[in-house]
Design a protein around this ligand. Structure first.
Ligand SMILES: Cc1cc2nc3c(=O)[nH]c(=O)nc-3n(C[C@H](O)[C@H](O)[C@H](O)COP(=O)(O)O)c2cc1C
Length: 303
């Protein structure tokens, strides 16, 4: 059975042009689902292997004679693009310095990022790996401060309702049934944060999206994990940095949006898909003069 996707139920179809194939076996060696195999010196297609062709396209990308065609699951040979030469790709130094210099930005200049720039960030983010292809992740582009503030207003209204429900007495009542970290997170972070959003908005302060001129909202289908939308957002964050934009990931928007069906529909999030994470973007009005070393909570060697 093919790997289910919100838009595709079928497996990919691989064909080999045996008149040009040199039987080098590169495609068979790279195929992750063993749909392509080298048997008796000839590439054979086993369409039923594992869950069939997932249409990752690796076979088309490695074939030296363009003898492999993959069609289906949203891919075809027309999607192949030339690769930048190695000297034009980010090397260790470029990538490390980009990641070291990148900080969350919560103050933006008046200038709004051009639509083409946002399109470019989305395209760059979509080019990275995030699960089994094709990505079952989507992105809503919210452009312009007016639209961002309309969304912020809807979310803060959601937090007002949340605070009415989660009164201190209810939290105290629920405490014996909650795991300690959940209770601590709720009472020490989520409730105070919700209060800050609501009170901030009453005072004309946007503590949710920080008056950003644009937001990218990443969502995922029920067939994939929220981690995939998170990964997409991380790529977008780095892409935006490389294009001179400042960003901050905003985790506080999705939990409210996902509970408002009408808002999901207005945002164009497909039925059944869930928002996972938002990224605010704009030209930074702050400039960091130094970096800082950050560490994982633990790094251990196994064995
Ligand atoms: C999943 C995720 C959710 C986040 N949600 C928020 C948020 O709702 N509001 C916010 O101001 N920052 C949010 N952040 C940004 C973090 O607070 C940020 O990573 C932290 O301030 C470290 O900043 P730095 O990137 O400048 O080192 C989030 C980050 C991540 C990875």
């Amino acid at each position: 059975m093919p790997v289910r996707h919100s838009l595709h139920r079928e497996a990919g179809t691989v064909t080999i042009d045996h008149s040009t194939c040199t039987h080098c076996g590169e495609c068979a060696r790279i195929c992750p689902t063993e749909v392509l195999c080298l048997e008796d010196g000839r590439v054979q297609v086993h369409a039923e292997s594992m869950f069939g062709c997932i249409a990752c396209g690796h076979c088309m990308m490695v074939c030296p004679t363009e003898s492999v065609r993959v069609i289906g699951r949203g891919i075809s040979p027309a999607d192949l693009v030339p690769l930048a030469p190695p000297e034009e790709r980010a090397d260790r130094k470029a990538l490390a310095s980009l990641m070291q210099a990148r900080r969350s930005v919560r103050r933006f200049t008046e200038e709004e990022p051009a639509p083409e720039l946002l399109e470019r960030i989305v395209a760059m983010a979509a080019s990275g790996p995030m699960g089994i292809p094709p990505w079952d992740v989507g992105c809503v582009v919210i452009r312009g401060r007016d639209r961002v503030q309309t969304l912020a207003g809807d979310i803060v209204t959601g937090y007002t309702g949340f605070l009415k429900l989660f009164q201190p007495w209810l939290l105290a009542l629920m405490r014996p049934f909650m795991k300690r970290p959940t209770y601590d997170q709720m009472s020490g972070f989520i409730v105070p944060l919700a209060k800050a959003y609501v009170e901030g908005r009453l005072q004309g302060k946007d503590l949710l999206f920080y008056d950003a001129p644009a937001v990218l909202l990443f969502h995922h289908s029920p067939y994939v994990d929220a981690a995939e939308a998170m990964i997409a957002c991380t790529y977008a964050m780095l892409a935006a940095e490389s294009l001179g934009l400042g960003t901050t990931m905003i985790g506080a928007a999705a939990p409210i949006i996902m509970r408002k069906r009408e808002l999901c529909q207005r945002l164009g999030i497909p039925d059944g898909s869930k928002p996972a994470i938002a990224l605010i973007l704009g030209y930074p009005a702050v400039h960091f003069r130094r970096g800082v070393i950050r560490r994982f909570a633990s790094v251990s060697n196994f064995g």
